[in-house]
Design a binder for this molecule. Structure first.
Ligand SMILES: Nc1ncnc2c1ncn2[C@@H]1O[C@H](COP(=O)(O)OP(=O)(O)OP(=O)(O)O)[C@@H](O)[C@H]1O
Ligand SMILES: [Mg+2]
Length: 287
């Protein structure tokens, strides 16, 4: 764990975010500050706004109110100096967004490109690096996820776990300041979950700043510095894993966790350290 102290610089910060779709208020004054090197896991029932929060944090879904800060820089808007803010041009937003990595549930690899080309793509098109330099960075990123031997493979020939590791390598190669993961293992067969979590564990050990929406309780317990529990568009409770899992203070979190415990009791753990079983995930037991 990379528990930050008060002197650790902030990597990403959301202040009082509000986001609505139509008349539905999906995020209701959410504030979250993540220190450099910190690993924050976000839990919560389906529809509680977890993905929407991540999308606000990288400006894919600009919030209606509130601010997001990437280090000392305001995301998406610029201070006009007269107390008002102006939208940044799209080009600037893209540049800012390239400093925030995003790993989704679906891997979205280009099927017609090799693994190496997939990882190089953002380096060439967004960072505009020369091919040689992009290639070197991509090779290193693939080594980090244990796929140094798959450069010339096409995505279709890889397992889901390997494809997600390519997705992570693609993000790592861009050297982002923070990586947002949105249920990175939810689309995988249970036996492939472990290899992806192992890569993520390795990143955490290297002080990578990570915000991880996950249903993998075992991972959150072991790797998170802080666990955030969301419900109905708000952060209901947050704290170190021991506090959240062993001494939850809100009824809503207790209820949420008890559903998981009951589900585990009905489904004896079938997993191994490498392939977590039903008891380690409560994906299917969301409210
Ligand atoms: N683009 C959109 N347009 C309209 N409604 C949306 C949009 N995106 C999300 N929502 C709604 O916002 C709410 C929160 O969705 P969100 O995807 O953030 O939840 P979540 O916590 O990530 O859920 P899950 O665990 O199922 O992924 C849901 O009611 C969803 O239908
Ligand atoms: Mg979601």
């Amino acid at each position: 764990m990379n528990t930050p102290d008060a002197s650790t610089p902030v990597a990403l910060k959301a202040d009082d975010i509000v986001k609505s779709f139509g008349t539905n208020r999906i995020l209701d004054r959410v504030s979250l500050s993540v220190a450099r090197g910190e690993v924050v896991c976000i839990l919560g029932p389906s529809g509680s706004g977890k993905s929407t929060l991540l999308r606000c944090l990288n400006w894919l879904a600009p919030p209606d109110e509130g601010a997001v800060w990437l280090g000392n820089e305001r995301l998406g808007v610029r201070d006009a100096g007269d107390g008002r803010v102006h939208s940044r041009p799209e080009r600037e937003i893209r540049r800012q967004r390239s400093r925030i990595g995003m790993v989704f549930q679906s891997f979205n690899l280009w099927p017609h490109m090799t693994v190496l080309e997939n990882v190089m793509e953002g380096l060439l098109s967004v960072k505009r690096l020369a091919r040689l330099e992009a290639g070197d960075l991509a090779v290193e990123a693939l080594r980090q996820v244990g796929l140094g031997h798959k450069h010339t493979a096409y995505p279709a020939s890889l397992s889901g776990g390997q494809q997600q590791r390519v997705g992570i390598a693609r993000t790592l190669a861009m050297a982002p300041e923070v990586i947002l993961f949105d249920e990175p293992t939810s689309a995988l067969d249970p036996e492939l979950v472990g290899e992806v979590l192992a890569v993520m564990r390795g990143l955490a050990a290297q002080q990578t700043t990570m915000i991880v929406v996950t249903h993998e309780i075992g991972f959150a317990k072991e790797v998170a510095d802080r666990v955030v529990f969301m419900d109905a568009g708000r952060i209901v409770e947050q704290g170190p894993p021991a506090q959240i899992f062993e001494a939850p203070s809100s009824d809503r979190l207790r209820q949420f966790l008890s559903r998981f415990t009951q589900a585990s009791a009905r489904t004896p753990a079938a997993g191994t350290a490498d392939a977590p079983g039903a008891a380690d995930t409560f994906k299917h037991f969301n409210a």
